[in-house]
Design a protein around this ligand. Sequence first.
Ligand SMILES: *Cc1c(COP(=O)(O)O)cnc(C)c1O
Length: 344
Amino acid sequence: MTVIRYDFRSDTVTRPGAGMRRAMAEAEVGDDVFGDDPTVSRLEAVAAERLGKAAAVFVPSGTQSNLAALMSHCGRGEAFIAGQDAHCYRYEAGGAAVLGSLQPQPIAHAADGTLPIEEVAAAITGGSDAHLAPTSLIALENTSGGQVLPIAYMGEVAALARQHGLGLHLDGARAFNAAIKLGIDMAELVAPFDTVSVCLSKGLGAPVGSVLVGSAELIARARRIRKMLGGGMRQAGILAAAGLYALEHNVERMADDHARARRLAEGLARYPALAVKMPDTNIVFVDSDAAIGEPLGEHLAANGVGITGRYGQHRWVTHLDIDDAAVDAALGMVGRFFDARQGN
Ligand SMILES: *Cc1c(COP(=O)(O)O)cnc(C)c1O
C-alpha cells in the first residue's frame, strides 16, 4: 500500500505537535470518575465558558457525546428529529435506537444543509395519539457537510422547539469552523441550543475527545449516561490537556484551513470534468462521472494523496497538517492526471 503523504481524508487525521504533546506530558491528573482530575475539570470549565453554557462534560468521542445528549433529552420510546444525513442519525451505527430506545425521525436536507422548517414542524408529534412516538427533541448539525447554517434559521428552529416544548441539540462537531467562518463568538453561534457537542479531535487537532455543554441539569444526566456507556475515564487529564491546548492555539487558525480549501476548490474547478462545490469551510465535495472519478481516485492514491469517496463523490478536507505546499502538490497530481489523459 502506498503511504499517504498528503492526507485530505479528514480533519481527524491531525497528529499532536510538539507543543500539544508537552502539554499532555505535563498535565496534572487525578481520577476523573471521582471528579479528581484538575485538568479535565479545567477543560470542562473553559468549554462551558467559551460556549456560554452552565456546564460541560468531557467525553471520548463525538458519537458518545451525541448519544449522551440524545438520551439526556429523551426518554425511552420518544422521538427526535434530525437530518437524513445527520451524523447522530446516519453515521453512529444506530446507537440512538439501539442503546437509547429512541425513534429517529429523519428529515431530508435542503441544498443549503438546512432542514426545511415547515417539514420539521410537520414531523413533530404530540403525546395524545397513542399510535405515535412523542417528539421530545430536535437535533441540528453545524457545520453540515461543511456548510454553515444561517444564524436566522437556527433561531427559527429554536422558536419552533420552544413553542412545542422540545429540547434543541446541536451536533457542533465542527461548530468552531462555522463560528470562524461567520466571524462571531462560539457562545453567540450556539446560544439557541440547550446542548452542544463539539469535537476536539477534528479541526482543533487534539488526538481524542469531545465536549458536551448545556445546563447543569442536562449535563448531570449526560455524566451518568457517559458512565453507563463506558465513557468514564480515569487520569483523563492527559487527554483533556490536549483539548485545552487546542482551544487556546488552534481555533483562529481554522481560517487558514478555509482559505486552503477554497484555493484547492478553485484549482480543481479548472477541470471541466470536475463539478466542484465551493466550500464554506474546510470540506470540498467534487462530483464527476465514474469514468473520471474512479481513475482519478486511483491516480491520487497511487501518488500518496489521500481523499475519501462516497456516493460517487470525492471529499477533500483541509486541516492543521495540510499546508500550502500540500495543496500545491495535490493540485499538481490532479493536473498530471488530466495531462496524461489529453495525451492519450
Ligand atoms: C465526526 C463527527 C461526529 C462523531 O465524532 P467521533 O469522535 O468520530 O465519534 C459527530 N458528528 C459530526 C457532524 C461529525 O463530523
